[in-house]
Design a protein around this ligand. Structure first.
Ligand code: SF4
Length: 274
């Protein structure tokens, strides 16, 4: 009985600690929040009205619950893992690249820019982060990566958006293809990069969405083609015209779009005047 007590107490304590941490982090973000002055690439595939409300600074009626925020924390860890493998194996070129298109009024952060060939130079900041022993080991594994993957990783440099997902959704994506709003996000990056390439430290030759299963780190990759750039441009043009005219976009409530919408509760969203 004593043994059960001793084991159970710390587990409950840590569970509560994560919840408290997530709540405090959310509180901090809420306090610092200012409505964005442009559209966000990661939101472009969502309901247009939702994007309007966010840009206008309308308070959410259904903020994310703690369980969803916990999943997001896990997702960020998975993304970090993917990025760190790219960097350590010598393919990382840049990460969290902030892109802005002032004409289209949109911005976003590109998760990773990777090369298709191994880079043996180690940036000073990475060397300081890894320390001398780790850096020596990384130099060795890069040689092995070069032998194993030479000519097998496609051409040129690739801009990558990393998304993590449950194994259930992963199976669905595997048979039905990626979701439109993920592809639209990467299409938006491709569009901005084409219009303003100087925002990158290296040229970007192609774009892809990398989907990672959170349960076993299996990966699916999808190349982003012209169609997604064109769709992103069309959607941005529509948003910009409506914003300028002060026309609230029509209600697009349906399926997942509403299920994950932070304005879904109450009847406020669809009653907000333009
Ligand atoms: S509640 Fe529906 S119409 Fe309103 S922002 Fe959300 S998805 Fe769009």
């Amino acid at each position: 009985m004593d043994l059960i007590e001793r084991e159970a107490t710390p587990l409950r304590g840590f569970d509560a600690m994560i919840d408290l941490y997530i709540d405090l982090e959310r509180q901090r973000k809420d306090e610092d929040y200012t409505p964005p002055d442009r559209w966000s690439a990661s939101q472009l595939g969502y309901c247009m009205r939702r994007q309007f409300l966010r840009r206008k600074g309308v308070p959410e009626t259904a903020p994310m619950d703690t369980t969803t925020l916990r999943r997001f924390q896990l997702g960020r860890l998975v993304e970090r893992l993917v990025r760190s493998v790219y960097w350590r194996m010598g393919y990382g070129l840049a990460e969290e690249v902030h892109l802005i298109d002032e004409d289209l009024n949109v911005s976003g952060y590109v998760d990773l820019l990777a090369s298709s060939t191994v880079n043996h130079d180690i940036p000073q900041e990475k060397e300081s982060e890894w320390g001398p022993e780790w850096t020596e080991w990384i130099k060795k594994i890069r040689k092995q990566a070069e032998r194993e993957f030479a000519g097998k990783l496609g051409e040129g440099n690739v801009g990558i958006e990393i998304k993590s997902t449950s194994s259930f959704a992963f199976k669905k994506f595997n048979t039905q293809g990626p979701s439109d709003h993920h592809m639209l996000q990467v299409g938006t990056y491709a569009l901005i990069a084409e219009r303003f390439p100087d925002q990158f430290s290296h040229p970007v030759d192609r774009w892809e969405l990398l989907l990672v299963s959170k349960d076993d780190v299996k990966v699916l990759r999808y190349a982003v083609n012209e169609k997604w750039k064109e769709r992103a441009q069309f959607r941005l043009a529509s948003l910009n015209i409506m914003w300028e005219m002060g026309d609230m976009p029509k209600c697009e409530c349906e399926g997942w779009m509403k299920n994950y919408c932070p304005y879904k509760e109450g009847d406020m969203c669809c009653e907000v005047a333009a």
